[in-house]
Design a protein. Structure first.
Length: 181
């Protein structure tokens, strides 16, 4: 009986360890808001929450805090302090992603226009090939017709010469017969 007391919990433990997790996969986002404060401490009043990706100008830094200015159209409209660790010198991922999405859309549009022009050029190329083939056939036909024409003219000249020779030769024999006889 004591054996079963150890075996049953061990089997039950092994079965429970083999069970798959029911957790859902998630990703941490790059977007968050930071507080713009009147002074360089968390005790100072919050003036505004700044969204991720907002450009700011740093005028000074001290003790992990940075004094920033918010500008619009070249005019400063607000100043305050933010924690320096929340500021990055690189363009935020969200802004970069939006920029890349716009460029991707522009490039897809350009690719569509290029494909359309390529199809049109390919169609024109096919038409030109067909035209060249037609003209080549016509040219061969005309050359053959020209040869036949010259052959016919040559035969007519030969036949005409033969007739003239026979007619003139026959008249010569008749004249000789009148003179002799």
């Amino acid at each position: 009986m004591r054996r079963f007391q150890f075996i049953i919990p061990a089997i039950l433990g092994i079965c429970l360890m083999g069970q798959t997790s029911w957790a859902e996969r998630a990703y941490v986002t790059d977007s968050f808001r930071i507080s713009l404060r009147r002074g360089p401490s968390i005790e100072n009043k919050i003036l505004k929450f700044l969204p991720s990706g907002l450009p700011v100008e740093i005028s000074e830094s001290q003790d992990g805090w940075s004094r920033v200015q918010l500008s619009e159209n070249g005019r400063t409209y607000m100043q305050g302090w933010v924690l320096s660790r929340y500021l990055v010198t690189r363009l935020p991922w969200k802004v970069q992603a939006e920029s890349l999405k716009k460029e991707n859309a522009r490039l897809k549009e350009k690719l569509t226009r290029i494909k359309k022009k390529h199809r049109e050029a390919d169609s024109q190329h096919q038409q030109l090939i067909e035209t060249v083939q037609t003209l080549t056939r016509e040219n061969k036909g005309l050359k053959s017709s020209k040869r036949s024409k010259w052959l016919s003219v040559g035969a007519l000249v030969l036949f005409g010469g033969l007739l003239i020779g026979l007619v003139l030769g026959g008249q010569r024999k008749k004249r000789k017969s009148y003179i002799i006889g």
